[in-house]
Design a protein around this ligand. Structure first.
Ligand SMILES: O=C(O)C(=O)CO
Length: 382
């Protein structure tokens, strides 16, 4: 049974989709299939918590469908989609990061079951490794992430990690527990620590998060910002952020004193950081990961640390979360800082995820442009 739909705002004027998007409505395939005048939005995961104002507008414009917890389990979810239990809805909405994932990965199997009426899938989260955005695009569905809402939080955290790799914060913190280790750390950390000013920061990925890191690293810390991405950014943006583009990742690796991985994972399982990329890094380089653990061959990373080729790493994300690589865990506390996928996790991020997901859906169903689409290159337009 679906949980009760959210109550429409009293006095609100129900609005059907724009001419373009209302074409997505189909006549119900079974007599029990719901019919609706407003575009249907399948809301998976927790209810709205931070933005009742946006939600008032959103729920006045759309019919919100809330599958129950039982209906969100994969088998039941598939069954419900296959029998068109929720009718021809126009959007999938997942506003609360960490909830709404009960049905598992949005792969070919699940995406094939969506009604043809779906135009947009908007979710909390910068990352989209759990959803096949190419396949959604091929079905004519725009996928919108919420990366701008996480950018400040992730960038703040990334800076803490960058500082940690230059200043050995795990060592300094752990050594304070005992007078002998205190004195040893006090004496020796000086010889191994470096000021950030003038160091080359190599950003792998220069989207919202990479740009937010650059905006802090250059003016705040005097670092020289270099980046690699698949597509070069606008020269005006590069100039504003004092960022230098490298078409080849190998060139960036050779140059960087500290590399930061901040590129989305497509979930195809192919790591970007491997033994061969690590070999190209400057001896003594540092490495920070705020993207996804699967983008890194963690065994190769452990080899590079053990051999001393990398001097220090800070990893917020891990290939087999919630487990961390045992070899990296064994090195924790000296040259290795491991955190628990915390970089994006702030109240402000979660509030922003909600708001942006609703605005993306309202934009698309209202006939306008999506705000943060990530799969337009795959989009089959009907
Ligand atoms: O947004 C994401 O993708 C996260 O990893 C959590 O903030």
């Amino acid at each position: 049974m679906a949980e009760p739909a959210n109550t429409p705002i009293p006095g609100s004027t129900p609005r059907s989709g724009s001419p373009t998007h209302s074409q997505g409505f189909r006549s119900p395939s079974t007599p029990s299939t719901p019919t609706r005048k407003k575009p249907g939005v399948l809301h998976i995961g927790d209810p709205i918590k931070y933005h009742p104002d946006t939600y008032a507008l959103f729920s006045a414009r759309c019919d919100i469908i809330r599958p129950s917890t039982a209906e969100r389990q994969r088998d039941e979810f598939k069954r419900a989609l296959a029998e068109n239990r929720w009718g021809d809805f126009q959007a999938v909405f997942r506003p609360a990061w960490g909830t709404g994932g009960e049905m598992g990965g949005w792969d070919e199997e699940l995406i094939a079951l969506l009604p043809d009426s779906v135009r947009v899938f908007a979710s909390a989260g910068a990352g989209f490794d759990w959803v096949d955005v190419r396949r959604l695009g091929e079905r004519g569905i725009i996928y919108c992430n919420s990366s701008p809402a996480a950018a400040d939080a992730v960038a703040d955290f990334a800076l803490a990690m960058i500082i940690s790799t230059f200043r050995h914060l795990p060592w300094c913190a752990a050594a304070s527990a005992d007078p002998t280790t205190f004195q040893d750390c006090h004496a020796r950390a000086t010889l191994l620590s470096h000021t950030l000013r003038g160091q080359v920061l190599g950003l792998i990925g220069f989207g919202h998060i990479g740009q937010a890191i650059a905006a802090r690293a250059r003016p705040g810390f005097g670092m020289a910002v270099h980046y690699h991405d698949l597509v070069r950014k606008d020269p005006a943006l590069e100039a504003r952020l004092s960022a230098t583009f490298h078409p080849s990742l190998a060139d960036l690796l050779r140059l960087a004193d500290c590399l930061v991985l901040c590129t989305p994972s497509t979930g195809d399982g192919r790591p970007v950081i491997t033994a061969s990329t690590l070999q190209r890094c400057k001896p003594g380089a540092r490495f920070v990961n705020v993207a996804r653990g699967g983008l890194v061959d963690e065994e190769a990373l452990a080899d590079a640390l053990e051999s001393g080729h990398l001097s220090s790493v800070a990893l917020d994300v891990h290939a087999s979360e919630p487990n961390v690589n045992p070899r990296l865990a064994a090195l924790r506390g000296d040259r290795v800082l491991l955190t628990c996928h915390n970089a994006g996790g702030t109240v402000e991020t979660h509030a922003g995820f909600e708001d942006l997901s609703m605005r993306n859906i309202m934009a698309v169903l209202g006939g306008g442009e999506p705000i943060t689409p990530v799969n337009l290159e795959f989009l089959r337009r009907s």
